[in-house]
Design a protein around this ligand. Sequence first.
Ligand code: FAD
Length: 471
Amino acid sequence: MSSISGKTTIDWAAFAQRLAPVEVIDEPVLIKKRSRDFFWYSPILNDQLKRCFGDLVALPKTTQELAHCLSEAFAAEVPVVIRGGGTGNYGQAVPVEGGLILDMTRMSEILEIGEGFVRVQAGALMKDINEALLATGQEMAMFPSTKDIATIGGFVAGGSVGIGSLATGALREAGNLMALSAMSVEASPQERVFTGTDVMKIHHAWGLNGVITEVTLRTVPTRDWIAAMVTFEDYETAYATAYALATTDHIAPKLVSVVDARIVDYFPRLKGHVRAGKELVVSYVPREDLATFTQMAEAGGGVVDLAMDDTERESKSIPHAFEFCYNHTTLQVLKSDRSATYQQIGVPVASDAAAIARLRQDLGEEVWTHHEFYRLNGEVVSIDLPIIWYSTPERLAELNALYERHGFAVYDAHSNLVERGGLHSADYSHLAWKKRMDPKGLLNSAKSVAWPIVKDLSPEEIEAKSVEASE
Ligand SMILES: Cc1cc2nc3c(=O)[nH]c(=O)nc-3n(C[C@H](O)[C@H](O)[C@H](O)COP(=O)(O)OP(=O)(O)OC[C@H]3O[C@@H](n4cnc5c(N)ncnc54)[C@H](O)[C@@H]3O)c2cc1C
């Protein structure tokens, strides 16, 4: 069997045999499907990555099978990319160097549920974790809007915030990610346990410094959640009211999102349910807080068009509210028009609705804002995941510069490198652990610009660079 990626010289049929009894997929069409994620959100990444494929898919069911795959990959020096649900937006799970795709979805057991925590295998879908928790009166402290198809390992390795983060903070906040185990790529792969702040050594490393096998997550008591949709006449008022709803001590919403009216026009399943042509605030609020929520929303000039629990939602055939927030908002637009794209923008002062109004004026018709609030170090912060009507990379760069002139940070969603997106700089702690867990640099190495520079140093020398960088 020759190389599908065209980038490796390995005898893939022989390698597949060496992986036995692990199940493999060697059908080119299926391998190509599992080589993709949601990178096509970005026209720039789409051009770069659409022809990048792996050569073989392995689907280990147990840690023993996983260890066998990693040991064989180490011996044959095969590049490895780990894959969960394949819902990442930056091509994190695309095998740009070809090689083995390690599909984790068969390692999906829910191992233990206790008061305030759940311990699961990394390939478990977040929908299944949440369903199991609900039976015990608990729920995940947060989940991404892709919970139905994304794995917890993928969220821990590639995600950051989600529905719930307004109440409980980003995934990286102390206590949310309680422990994880990760396996090394060596002749005899070792499973190491990371607890407390040490989880940060693996969290958000895009699967380049170990294969996460198990995760222990904080859980919270579940509430009788009401999905509320409130419409407003103008964005500045909608944003200011949403900020008030997100920050007040009188109610405890787990989601507050603000969506430009022009984006709402791309939500066909809300037609007839929310007022047309209006700015939209989407929220989840506990039933007992609904009266205060409504008072505050109306005092801010809003009209509560929908306030429904799951039974009412189903009777109206309306999708979950989380399908109109975070990156699902972008997906709703892309379903109708592939010329749209998006960006990730940090808002410098979350309370400053006037600064957002000034920025929106400069952005004009080309960019439509969409804000999410979440908690970081106890403070409510705001990010914008705007729809951008794409023309050229140069124009996108001009728009990025415009954001920066207004004092807003750009976390580039159009790069396939871990240092360019959310992190903004090299994480030498991640790379030191890569050296320990993956000494031959087989795991997703092409996604780091800093790795080729440090790969010949010892883990301690790499770690010391964090200190140099902070001086
Ligand atoms: C419509 C849409 C909405 C989204 N909403 C959100 C959101 O609300 N919040 C958010 O944070 N993100 C969001 N995302 C991004 C993404 O869905 C999430 O980060 C998701 O949790 C990724 O999980 P996955 O199983 O699909 O991971 P994958 O895409 O399969 O993998 C993501 C990264 O993790 C690595 N990885 C996967 N499994 C493991 C493992 N076991 N060990 C080590 N590394 C591993 C992969 O190599 C890759 O680098 C969204 C994406 C889309 C398309």
